[in-house]
Write a protein that binds this ligand. Structure first.
Ligand code: N01
Length: 484
């Protein structure tokens, strides 16, 4: 399920290893996942393109050091085409349920045309992979009276390109990674821009520039690309080093970030308002060299008073001010702890994933949930990264899925299920590894209201690759006898 980068990664891995009866069901009209949906002005990747790309489908050349949304979407499409995945993608198809049958030892996948309540289609599968992402369901701010607003409003991930922002009074709610990219783009167009910030952020420099010609020439050589990727990999792991060691490396990261922010915010009052009040790396560190300068524009105001209600004219803040605007843009992130839900997923004995996740989303290595045989998650619980490339994690997961399916074949079984004690032990290790890290020191989309981090991998990318490289037969219960 899903033909974003996760679905494409797993399909590529399976096809490459001769598991070729693969179908991808995609709710959107085309592949690309988050890069299909997020088309706000300035949408780009803050991970350098040579790392934010598959190791098995390296591009000879990228137009920018940090690619823009259009080029990344194009890359996803081109990869799916080149590897024979595109004809296997069934678009406009929303999966409503996946049900395990204890008798036939197969999954029944029900779906219907996206947006319709018409008849359901049914498919039977030996294994299912849920590659629906962590950041697919836009979240609106929990502000009373949102529907009362009389102007235009939309979410950053569902940008209304038909709405002309030129000369308008615009409010942007939120100052996360999406807002950071879109604010500098729209600020010069709009009449007035009000940016509502609940919490300040740490910033590191990121210049949006075309790929330097000399570097591009060098990187056209495969060996140079491999070396460059390796270098980027290690440089980017420094962010995780800072998060893992807030008292040492984290302090250095904070000093570096503070110097960048001070340079960009010479005005003491604006600097005070924008400054974060939590340790470096607790929330995602934002890579931008143009967001803070955009706040200094004469037509831009940063508001840090809390929004208490939405009125027909615009947001009302706690100081009693109504900020009259024509348009409200919700750059307020995603509902992140629900993963594939509201899809109905029922495993052995008819147990639902909600029951299995009554204490919060959890999965062995973020990939397998005990009691749900031959069901795999891509970008599942505890596999997000604060600094690295998600594509690196997706490739590790794709490899794990393929190896698990091969183990099943080799065992002559119909399916495999991770043992509950293996999942529990892995989860305890993951939880223990968060202790003492910056992630535990503020609230963020990574954490549940009771403070558990269900989104992030607590270590380095390399550790995750090592942990997922060899699924061992003793970790699983093999079920039934293979008949096909
Ligand atoms: O969402 P977010 P995002 N009043 O949840 C604020 C990935 N990504 O779409 O910090 C005022 O980070 C909220 O405030 P607070 C990346 O993994 C990657 O920006 O909760 N503000 C926050 O500022 C990222 O982490 C790229 O106090 C309110 C903002 O809304 C993830 O997507 C680019 C509010 C939400 O920030 C999500 O990023 C973009 C309220 N009532 C995104 N409610 C790359 O470049 C919420 N907020 C790869």
């Amino acid at each position: 399920m899903g033909a974003g980068f996760g679905g494409i990664a797993v399909a590529a891995e399976l096809l490459r290893h001769g598991l070729d009866d693969v179908t991808l069901l995609e709710a959107a009209p085309g592949p690309g996942g988050t890069w299909h949906h997020n088309r706000y002005p300035g949408a780009a990747c803050d991970v350098p393109s040579h790392l934010y790309s598959y190791s098995f489908a390296q591009r000879a050349s990228w137009a920018h050091v940090f690619s823009h949304q259009g080029e990344i979407l194009q890359y996803a499409r081109e990869t799916a085409d080149a590897l024979g995945i595109t004809p296997r993608i069934v678009t406009d198809t929303t999966v409503t349920s996946c049900t395990w049958d204890d008798g036939t030892r197969t999954w029944t996948v029900r779906s219907r045309r996206t947006g319709s309540d018409g008849p359901q289609e049914e498919r039977v599968a030996d294994a299912v992979v849920l590659a629906t992402g962590q950041l697919d369901k836009p979240a609106l701010p929990a502000v009373e009276g949102l529907a009362d607003f009389a102007g235009r409003s939309f979410h950053s991930a569902r940008w209304d390109h038909a709405y002309d922002l030129r000369g308008k009074r615009v409010a942007v709610i939120g100052t996360g990674a999406s807002a950071t990219q879109l604010v500098p783009e729209i600020a010069p167009l709009v009449g007035h821009l009000t940016v509502f910030q609940r919490t300040g952020n740490w910033f590191l420099p990121r210049k949006d520039r075309p790929m330097p010609a000399a570097l591009d020439r060098i990187l056209r050589r495969p060996w140079a690309r491999r070396a460059w990727r390796r270098l980027l990999h290690h440089v980017i792991e420094l962010i995780t080093l800072c998060v893992r060691h807030p008292r040492t490396a984290g302090r250095v990261g904070a000093l570096f970030s503070a110097a960048h922010m001070r340079r960009q915010l010479p005005d003491a009052e604006l600097r005070r308002k924008a400054w974060p009040d939590y340790p470096f790396g607790c929330k995602r560190v934002l890579l931008s060299s143009d967001f803070l300068p955009a706040l200094r524009r004469p037509n831009t105001e940063l508001v840090t008073d809390r929004i208490v209600r939405m009125t027909p004219e615009g947001p009302l803040t706690e100081d009693g001010r109504v900020h009259e605007v024509d348009c409200v843009i919700h750059a307020t992130g995603f509902r992140t702890h629900t993963f594939m839900l509201p899809m109905e997923v029922r495993g052995a004995g008819g147990r639902s994933i909600e029951e299995a996740w009554a204490r919060g989303a959890q999965a062995h290595l973020g990939i397998m949930v005990s009691g749900f045989p031959s069901l795999f998650l891509m970008y599942g619980p505890n596999t997000n990264t604060s600094g690295g490339s998600i594509l690196f994690f997706l490739e590790a997961q794709a490899g794990y899925v393929r190896r698990a399916l091969h183990l099943t074949r080799r065992a002559g079984a119909a399916a495999l299920d991770v043992r509950p004690q293996v999942q529990e032990a892995g989860l305890n290790a993951v939880r223990a590894r968060f202790e003492g890290t910056a992630w535990t020191q503020c609230s963020s989309w990574y954490r549940t209201p009771d403070g558990r981090n269900v989104a992030n991998w607590p270590g380095y990318m390399g550790e995750y690759a090592a942990r997922t490289r060899r699924p061992t037969p003793s970790e699983f219960r093999f079920i039934g006898v293979r008949v096909r």
